[in-house]
Design a protein around this ligand. Sequence first.
Ligand code: ATP
Ligand code: MG
Length: 833
Amino acid sequence: MEMDNDVQSNSKGGFHCKLCDVHVPNRASLDDHLKGRKHKKLSSVRATRQAQEENSLFISGFARQTSQLQLADYFQQFGPVNEVIMDKEKGVYAIVEFSEKEGLQTALSNPHHILEGQKLRVKPREKKEFKYIPKKKQDPRSVQLSLEHLTQGLCQAASVNEQMLKVVESFQLSESEKKVRSLLVELLQEVFTEFFPECCILPFGSSVNTFDIHSCDLDLLLDLENTKTFQARNKGSSEQAGEGQSEDARSEDSILSDIDLSTASPAEVLELVAAVLRKCVPGVHKVQVLGTARLPVVKFSHRELGLQGDITINNKLAVRNTRFLQLCSGLDARLRPLVYSIRYWAKQKQLAGNPFGGGPLLNNYALTLLVIFFLQNQDPPILLSVNQLKELACEEEECVIEGWDCTFPSQPIAVPPSKNTEDLCALLAGFFSFYAQFDFSGSVISLREGKSLPITGFLSKEAEEGEGTDEQTGDSRPKSVKLGPINVLDPFELCHNVAGNLNERTQKAFRRECEESAKYCRSLQYQRKSAKGKVWGLVRLFASHSAGAQGSGREAERELSICIPFKAARLPDTVCSQLHSAGGLFREPWFEKVCCAVVAVLKDVLKCSVAPSDGSEVRDRHEEVTCGAVKDTATSAHMDATAGDVTLTDCIGPASKNGQRVQETNNNFKPEICTSSPTKEYNPEDTAHTGVKRLSSTGNGSQESPASKKQRLDSGSKHPTAQWHCLLWHKVWAGRRKVRRDLLKSLQGDSMPEGGSVELETQVTERIAQEHPGGEKLLEFTLEAEVLGVTENTRTVLKLTPGEDHLGLFQDFFHFLESFLPKMTEKLLEKLG
Ligand code: ATP
Ligand code: MG
């Protein structure tokens, strides 16, 4: 049977489907898989590909300029042609696919094929083995890769200051990238001048504000002021001269005769701009007019340059504030590395950088203003307020746009340098502390004044002034400050809150991330390069956003989850055969074994107190058993009476006094918890030991028909779950490596446990506990386990929810547990018998 060719069995009774690259533990699961959607879909794709291959010819020898149509026309004489695919780049071969096999056979039986005087070489298309390549999720990976790449460079730097300079180096546009952008601007200037005489294309935003990054867009202002004058002038002269128009006026006939720039709405003008872009600029595509945006804009992409661009009109304030940012960069060299580092930090923490500029995240402009404001508020200040800068400008530099005073010196030389000598490392840490403590709800950030202003002053203004559309310019921007959870006044357009799009949640997340980062910046790990090659400095700061920072968001949930994948190959034969006989229900006994092992790692290896979260929570360490690998009788008795007691011994059997496992039958293994037979069904009440629960809808398992049980698991909606409440008594992660090393040195010969073994790790914790006896609980947390995945991909997901954590230790503990728990659980599962 064709299917059988896809399936390989292994020595443990499991199977591998080569087509889908899926491993399953038994025949029942294999049957499920073969009937499943993925397998069916891939089988059908393969069948279609094979049929196409069988009906296709490989053609070469034709002239370079030969088209697909010519080839299709030629081969039509042998039978209906479905498709012709050409190797466009090289133009040296083509695949001709017939609708039916007869066409192919007739063509092959013809000894000579001549097209346009060229002798064609015709042969059957080569058959390739069909290979399934899973699709990869694009975005997170590319972020991950760039961080990985960056990490290497950063870890090699000598100091945080150097790391920050490296961030700039890694992200900023290269000279050639800048050149390409300026060439495109020149080209656009040329094209638009044809249609809008005397217009001016002015770049602004990150391409030119000194905070450029490789992927940044190209923001352009199409200034039509002179074109308007030109049009008015020509209108006047043509009215006077009747039909006799000037050359120039005729050259713009095609567009300017269609529109009166003095009365047209921005959206109408932008439609024309879009038409010019579409028709007259080579390489431009995906042109789109956003006529109703706060500032109407035409968006476009350039195919060859891989660039995205925005063209606006009526946006001179943005050109001016771009000049202001350029000036600030010129005033103090510390601004650029700070802005680059903080922009990347904010992007990693999902606080900034949403691609469309809207939505509830900080945009790059707002973030840059926050950095400038922070520098204005240093002692002594690193940057002057906009009002102070204005005082240093000369008469020619006076500038008013749309009624807003935009005066500041054009050159940094006009401004005395700052006396502040703080280094980048300290300033970055200072930025986080500054905003971690900032009174966002009571103040408005004013770069104009260089200080925060009480929000109360803005409440009254808001009531007085309303919103409206300027009939002259069509500008519908509000004329009063739109107050929100974060208020950052634009330095020039003083009624504009550049962070007005943020919501309460983003503000809270921003503050929390600042708090977390400020805390991290106080550690040595931030300040000093690791001698052991560990990540340090900015690298940890750039890790994706910290757990809990987004409140109840899905991201946060994922951050606090630990995954234990189902790995049949690592399980002992006896367990494999148990799972094998459980058929399609193999996940349940496997899950219970995992739960059993997880609890054993927490209790015995890490000396946590663990109880199922069913009301019998552990409140006191003395209530809980502090059990080693060997369970004594008294302890046993206590355990039997205490819900949730599963020990290492339960999982892997007793150990000898020297820490080595005794090879014997596992009498202590509670059969109702961790073993499973095909006939034994789990009772929903059987939660006492592992905390494993069935959903009440399951009812009594023994009365459930195999079909409904199968459906229950396959539906994916009702999985067995377990939940425990845990207390941690010792800093089990701190100095663990050293303790392990010392222990291995002190234990010699037979008594020495195997490196990385459960026994060794248990002793490491015991040593830590002896050295730091403590007495108080350090933190508490809840652990929820759930089995996920259908046939493929089966895994136990452990979700941690922190409880009391006065000392702020949970993060460190979680990072440790993330790698420790799966490793140790796997070790215990390997030892099951
Ligand atoms: P990037 O494109 O890398 O995200 P950017 O600074 O170019 O950074 P854009 O959103 O493209 O950011 O905005 C372009 C320019 O428009 C900004 O540099 C700024 O001059 C102006 N700008 C953007 N947002 C605002 C705003 N909320 N208020 C005032 N001006 C803004
Ligand atoms: Mg931009």
